[in-house]
Every structure is written in structure tokens, then in C-alpha cells.
Ligand binder design. Sequence first.
Ligand SMILES: NC(=O)c1ccc[n+]([C@@H]2O[C@H](COP(=O)([O-])OP(=O)(O)OC[C@H]3O[C@@H](n4cnc5c(N)ncnc54)[C@H](OP(=O)(O)O)[C@@H]3O)[C@@H](O)[C@H]2O)c1
Length: 180
Amino acid sequence: MTDRLEMVAVVAMAANRVIGDGDGLIWHLPADLKRVKALTMGCPLIMGRRTWDSIGRALPGRASVVMTRDESWSAEGALRASSLEEAIDLSREWISQTEGARSEIILFGGGEIYAAGMAVCSRIEATIVDLTPDGGPKAAMFPALNEAEWCREVLETVAADGDVPGYRYERLVRATPVRV
Ligand SMILES: NC(=O)c1ccc[n+]([C@@H]2O[C@H](COP(=O)([O-])OP(=O)(O)OC[C@H]3O[C@@H](n4cnc5c(N)ncnc54)[C@H](OP(=O)(O)O)[C@@H]3O)[C@@H](O)[C@H]2O)c1
């Protein structure tokens, strides 16, 4: 078994921390989807059942660890977890049993799952979109961070282009590292 792993949150959020309308994303950023693929390939993804529903399938080259309180839930290609601890255990097991897996667990969202796992995340790979959407009645949000706990670095800024809003990539590293 692998014992010390890094948990990394990967998120695209608006300037007001809205991440989706509860059923899906509010924007379409093709370049960001490619970046998410590169950041997550070879890793287990811990996600909430609603995020799983919004994607609708397992993402290739990664494990989909789906958190739900419904003990009868199952879906092809998903590993069910009834708590964050179980999700981390399943992720650890998948990494130790999968050739070429990376020693990183991805906290993949949505809002409830980011909130549940933020305390054990050591890094956040964030895409900050230059929008302030309302998100509607089921809006999901990224949790507010205590900035004093994080070192924030802007990696790249992309200007708006036609229908595609501007955005920037930021990396936040926890000042006091944590491992799971
Ligand atoms: N922009 C981004 O980067 C990004 C990333 C991911 C998702 N999203 C968006 O976020 C939205 C979904 O987020 P959301 O907050 O509504 O839902 P979510 O976090 O994806 O899933 C919530 C569900 O997870 C389960 N759950 C939550 N806490 C749990 C716990 N402690 N133990 C066991 N199960 C637990 C419950 O499932 P059951 O109800 O089955 O019990 C709950 O209903 C969508 O709009 C999606 O598109 C955006």
C-alpha cells in the first residue's frame, strides 16, 4: 500500500466562486478541459454523486470514486464510497494496484465534495473564470479559503475571445503541507 499521498483539488470557478448550476458547468472552456485531463490522468478522482451524474460516465485512464450516502447506488465504472475516508482508502488501493498510476488523489468536486475534502488538500489547481454568474437555485460553489493558509501563484492569464470569457490558471499551495 502507498502510504503518504497528496490530495489536489482541480476546479474551474467564477470570480464569485460559483462552479456550476447543480447539473453542469455554466461555461465551455475547451482549453481548460484539456488542462483538466492532463492534470488528472493516471489519478483517482473523488467526486460527488451529482458530479458523476453530470459527467455521466467514467473518465478513461482515471478511477472514478463516487461519494454517495445511498448504499444501494452503483454505476458501471464507478467505485462507491460512503465517506471521505472510504474514498481516500479506495483511491489509495487503486493507486497501489494500477500500473503507471500517480501518487496524487484528485478532489474533483462538486461543491459538497470540495467542502468535505479541503482540509486535507495540499494544493489547488484552479481556473478562475472572469464571470460572476448567479448559478441559479441549485448553484454549487467552491469553499471560501483562508488566504493566510495558502500561497497563490498565477500561472497563466488568457484574454476573452469571442464567446469564450477570459480566465487565468492559479496554483495554490498550502503553507503547511498535509498528506493523506
Ligand atoms: N467547475 C468545476 O470545476 C466543477 C467540478 C465538479 C463539479 N462541478 C459542478 O458542481 C455541481 C455539483 O456540485 P454539488 O455540490 O451540487 O454536488 P456534488 O458535490 O457533486 O455531489 C453531492 C452529493 O455527494 C454525496 N455526498 C456529499 N457529501 C457526502 C459525504 N460526506 N459522504 C457521502 N456522500 C456525500 C451526496 O450524494 P447522494 O445524494 O447520492 O447521497 C450528495 O448529494 C454541478 O453543477 C457540477 O457541474 C463543477
